[in-house]
Write a protein that binds this ligand. Structure first.
Ligand SMILES: Nc1ncnc2c1ncn2[C@@H]1O[C@H](COP(=O)(O)OP(=O)(O)O)[C@@H](O)[C@H]1O
Ligand SMILES: [Mg+2]
Length: 304
């Protein structure tokens, strides 16, 4: 049998080790929560005693302050840079638009100017998308909510969708509900979301395919889906499609045919979430893809 003193020392040692480990465990959980969400402003509670654990917490808090600062600087830089690019792009566009109307331009000059306009258009879209995301990150992209019948937005976009689809030899079908679907949303943002999904559906569907847009309501939520019979998305790619600048290899290697920067879905996700909703995708390579946006009907529960 062990002498009594050794037994007590052992138990005490065990207790101290457990206590220290429990503290480390708690720190790990909290640091995870702080760093993976949008709560980088939060800090660990600093204990009174400056023992090892206390100093560890202090160091982690200092590190998070530095991280938070550099993230903020990065967001500021993206916002400032995209903002600064807007004016020269507008000037550039105005100049080319004026030049293009000059009478008797040689054919190749005209073609060059038209190409330049297209590139300016693409750059403008890219800069707008960057600015939107940077502002959303900074929390300064407020929604301008007003009650709208979503059927009207869908009807408006039906025409745009039909035009896009027709150009690519794709059929388009729209199904909306018979009753009004009045929800308090930011109409401009919802329009942007749907248009992004429609553009993708048409862009990633070969000629002869079909795109279907559907608006419905269930369980206090509005659902809007855009389904296509296109090239689909590989299962391994699905977790990345809402990431910024992410594009499938097939989209990247054929940028000429399928222009884009990979920001559209990131913006869709932000818009859906800003409305308290979410966006989901189901896809089968070679068969097609369906994106479904779901937002709560009552705006009060949406402002989370
Ligand atoms: N309807 C779709 N069918 C197949 N792939 C799609 C579809 N929508 C999006 N994707 C894939 O997700 C990527 C990201 O989409 P998005 O953010 O809109 O960027 P972009 O359209 O500029 O490429 C696309 O490049 C493409 O690989
Ligand atoms: Mg897109």
């Amino acid at each position: 049998m062990l002498p009594f003193g050794v037994g007590v020392a052992l138990l005490m040692g065990l207790w101290i080790a457990r206590r220290a480990l429990a503290a480390v465990d708690m720190i790990i959980t909290e640091v995870r929560e702080i760093t993976d969400g949008r709560s980088l402003h939060r800090r660990l509670a600093e204990p009174m005693e400056k023992d090892e654990i206390g100093r560890l917490i202090e160091t982690l808090n200092q590190m998070m302050t530095r991280l938070e600062r550099s993230f903020a600087a990065l967001r500021r830089f993206t916002a400032d840079a995209s903002h600064e690019l807007k004016t020269p792009l507008t000037v550039l566009r105005a100049g080319v638009e004026r030049a293009i109307t000059t009478p008797n331009l040689p054919q190749d000059t005209l073609a060059t100017l038209e190409e330049t306009l297209q590139v300016i258009q693409r750059m403008t879209e890219l800069v707008d998308a960057l600015l939107t995301l940077a502002r959303a990150d900074e929390g300064i992209a407020p929604l301008h909510r007003e009650p709208v019948d979503l059927r009207e937005i869908v009807e408006e976009l039906r025409e745009t969708g039909e035009l896009l689809a027709e150009e690519s030899g794709i059929r388009m079908e729209v199904a909306t509900a018979p009753e009004p679907m009045v929800v308090s949303v930011d109409a401009t943002r919802i329009r942007q979301l749907i248009l992004n999904l429609l553009t993708n559906a048409v862009k990633y569907t070969p000629t002869g395919g079909m795109v279907r847009m559907q608006l419905g309501a269930a369980n206090g939520r509005i659902t809007l889906s855009v389904a296509d019979t296109g090239i689909g998305i590989a299962p391994g790619d699905l977790p990345h499609i809402f990431d910024r600048f992410w594009r499938a290899d097939s989209a990247r290697t054929r940028t000429g045919e399928r222009p884009g920067a990979g920001l559209g879905l990131a913006i869709c996700k932000w818009i859906a979430e800003a409305h308290g909703g979410h966006i989901d995708v189901v896809s089968r390579p070679g068969r097609g893809t369906t994106f479904t946006v779901s937002i709560p009907r009552d705006a009060a529960s949406a402002d989370s």
